[in-house]
Write a protein that binds this ligand. Structure first.
Ligand SMILES: C[S@@+](CC[C@H](N)C(=O)[O-])C[C@H]1O[C@@H](n2cnc3c(N)ncnc32)[C@H](O)[C@@H]1O
Ligand code: SF4
Length: 459
């Protein structure tokens, strides 16, 4: 069972600052434009890497807009748009395969959105058919998909299971009717339960539910009720996202009024209540926003220090090269990050011209790789071994990070982490403030190199 990590007010005041979520290091704001020659070079390097592949497909369509939504999505009733989009995904896959990637084993495949279940059965079959034409799935490969229970059709989960999908994540946010009304997302307990039960019956594992706190009309009491309802459905995993309210950048969020949102103090109470309720029900706190049953692969991967973190969240599968397909999708290897064009028109233009649609990214320097390794260890394992560091980089951790180690002495004194002779251990309070700890190892947050963009609050 989870301990209850209630952080003292003095630490909340000190550490509630704006900071990165470290789904990548270096973080997206420091990436730059990437030209076609660079992309080709990267794909040739990828072809020569001996790591297995993970493919991410971004399906940006939704039939209706939830007014809180911060995802990269397009609202349409026109099924033809998706059909057209799928033809570009297939072309992109062919092009990737032509760069010599097709001998690679696939360890992971993920469909995210938007709402991937917007696609027709025939379109799923086309995409998976094309994937199988070019690649071979590893034994035990994960095929994951994000599902909106309000917009699936009869037989769709069965079809996905038949195609080999075996991991599933369902959007929910909150069961409270007033909240659902205020965010234009009406989703009953019954329909959510039916999806979870069916997924189980069909053999899906790691079934996840997305929740959000900070939405209009949420209170500590209403959220405690939602948490109990959620627990009664017995998902394997839970994500509890802090609502990012950015009405200036996302005009549709103006439908949500600032005065209806819970204040920061209530939000923190809700968050602590979640840790307590989920802990009592047997969920472990995996790290930023995520909980998993002790026997779920995510918890097991954390215990055995195999857990990884990328743009799709936490993953039990580390040691893979990730390739993103479709608009905004992000690829990642040990040496680079690469993000595709963000708009449909630019994406289509690039695919038509070159078959590749990368727009921005970064090639990692040795220092970037060292800090990425360090931040990932702290975020995913709450533990960092100096011996492993030396084996990976042939450098002494304490010498390389002498300045940073001196700079975290206040955190050590406050009980956020321990620095021992051969390792760093993040302690309970530090687990909730792990972004703040990682920020001390982020070279780009120092001096005048600090990115001039807004990140979200760390607490
Ligand atoms: C792509 S959606 C999930 C799949 C599907 N579209 C659905 O809504 O059921 C990904 C998740 O991002 C989270 N999310 C969306 N907008 C957000 C925001 N403004 N702030 C924080 N989390 C957000 C929600 O929890 C949502 O379920
Ligand atoms: S939350 Fe999901 S269903 Fe709602 S608009 Fe965003 S991507 Fe679409």
């Amino acid at each position: 069972m989870n301990k209850i990590y209630r952080i003292p007010d003095r630490l909340i005041q000190k550490y509630s600052v704006i900071g990165p979520r470290y789904t990548s290091y270096p973080t997206v704001p420091v990436w730059g434009p990437v030209d076609l020659d660079t992309q080709k070079l990267w794909y040739h390097e990828l072809a020569n890497s001996d790591r297995p592949l993970s493919l991410y497909f971004h399906i940006p369509f939704c039939r209706e807009r939830c007014s809180y939504c911060g995802c990269n999505t397009m609202i349409t009733q026109n099924q033809g748009k998706a059909t057209d989009y799928v033809s570009y995904l297939l072309a992109e896959l062919d092009k990737l395969a032509s760069y010599g990637l097709s001998h690679k084993k696939l360890r992971q495949l993920h469909f995210g959105g938007g709402t991937p279940t917007f696609l027709l059965d025939a379109e799923f079959k086309q995409i998976i058919g094309k994937v199988r034409e070019h690649f071979t799935f590893e034994e035990g490969a994960e095929l994951a998909i994000e599902v909106d229970p309000c917009s699936t059709h009869d037989g769709q989960l069965e079809m996905l299971a038949e195609l080999g999908f075996n991991r599933l994540s369902l959007g929910l946010q909150d069961f409270n009717p007033q909240v659902q009304q205020a965010v234009n997302r009406i989703q009953s307990l019954e329909i959510t339960k039916a999806h979870i039960d069916l997924a189980r019956k069909l053999g899906f594992k790691g079934v996840n539910l997305d929740l959000m706190y900070g939405l209009p009309h949420q209170s500590l009491e209403s959220m405690k009720e939602t948490f109990e309802q959620v627990i009664s459905l017995k998902p394997d995993r839970l994500a509890l996202y802090n609502f990012a309210y950015l009405p200036e950048q996302l005009p549709h969020q103006k439908l949500i009024h600032l005065e209806d949102l819970p204040n920061e103090k209530v939000k923190l109470e809700i968050f602590f209540a979640a840790i307590e309720a989920f802990g009592r029900a047997g969920y472990e706190y995996i790290g930023m926003d995520h909980f998993a049953k002790s026997d779920d692969e995510l918890s097991k991967a954390q215990h055995s220090r195999r857990l990884y973190r990328n743009f799709m969240g936490y993953s039990p599968k580390s040691g893979v090269d990730l390739v993103g397909i479709g608009i905004t999708s992000i690829g990642e290897t040990e040496h680079y990050f690469l993000q595709n064009e963000k708009t449909l028109s630019q994406y289509q233009k690039q695919i038509e011209a070159e078959g590749l649609a990368g727009a921005k990214g970064i090639r990692l320097s040795l220092d970037d790789r060292i800090r990425k390794w360090t931040i990932l260890r702290l975020m995913c394992h709450f533990y960092l071994s100096f011996v492993e560091f030396e084996a990976a980089f042939h450098q002494d951790f304490k010498t390389y990070f002498a300045g940073e180690l001196a700079g975290i002495e206040d955190m050590v004194e406050e009980g956020l982490l321990k620095v021992e002779a051969d390792h760093i251990q993040v302690l309970d309070w530090g687990k909730l403030l792990v972004r703040n700890i990682c920020m001390r190892f982020d070279a780009y947050l120092k001096g005048d190199q600090a990115p001039k963009v807004k990140f979200s609050k760390t607490l």
